[in-house]
Design a protein around this ligand. Structure first.
Ligand code: CTP
Ligand code: CA
Length: 223
């Protein structure tokens, strides 16, 4: 029993994870997206399942596949679909980790027909999407809530503000300034900041190793 617990420290815990980009439709054949590969979120999902957790992975468009068959994958395309899927599962989970690169804006109207090439300039009006993580923070009860922050300036201050604004327990700050870290890379240089503003800079390491570090924070929380 004790042995099983040490090998499967997240057994009995339910974890909601978001991953990948979102695609926001412009017309039937075009969208606004981003370069997120989804790898960080998929690595967290695989590790969490390997540690015994029940995992719900809400994934935007990606070619990645989960390695752990127990993971329940909910495939979505847009930020609104990701929002809806997260709210289906959030109430029952113990932990939520928002690793998705959600579009901040989407076209205000989606053209029903393919937009034809005509004038020299085309303006597409955008409107804000819902902040999924903030919406979870606003309704959280006992859930341990983890977000990511991508910053290019005033990194620590901006990340702290996100902890506050989204009611997070922990934020994983991505340092793009460090070579080799970020989108499309296999490595990540992150800094953990918890809700008490304790700052813990981590070494540059593989996304798999960063996933392990994040899940160790989750394990620590339940210890
Ligand atoms: N996030 C989300 N829903 C959104 C936007 C962001 O759930 N509509 C989540 C991301 O998954 C991430 C965190 O919020 O965990 C921070 O994302 P980030 O883009 O760094 O911050 P924003 O709040 O969108 O602010 P900005 O892009 O202006 O820095
Ligand atoms: Ca954003």
């Amino acid at each position: 029993e004790a042995d099983l617990e040490s090998k499967l420290p997240l057994k009995g815990k339910k974890i909601l994870i978001t991953a990948g980009p979102t695609y926001e439709a412009i017309d039937p054949v075009r969208f606004i997206g981003n370069h997120s590969s989804g790898k960080m979120g998929f690595d967290i999902a695989n590790s969490a399942a390997a540690l015994g957790a029940t995992v719900f992975l809400v994934a935007g468009p990606t070619t990645l596949q989960v390695k752990q068959p127990s993971i329940q994958v909910i495939n979505v395309t847009s930020a609104q679909q990701m929002y809806d899927a997260c709210h289906v599962y959030f109430e029952q989970v113990d932990v939520a980790i928002a690793a998705a690169a959600v579009a901040d804006y989407r076209p205000k109207t989606v053209a029903t027909q393919k937009i034809k090439k005509a004038a020299d300039n085309l303006v597409i009006e955008l409107e804000k999407t819902k902040d999924i993580l903030a919406s979870l923070g606003a309704i959280k009860k006992k859930q341990f809530l983890i977000g990511f922050a991508l910053e290019t300036e005033n990194e620590i201050e901006n990340a702290k503000a996100k902890i506050q604004k989204k009611n997070l327990d922990l934020i994983v700050l991505n340092s793009l300034q460090d070579l080799g870290a970020g989108f499309k890379q296999l490595t990540n240089k992150v800094t953990f900041i918890d809700k008490n503003y304790t700052i813990e800079p981590m070494a540059l390491k593989s996304k798999e190793a960063v996933a392990e570090d994040i899940l160790n924070k989750v394990i620590d929380h339940f210890r």
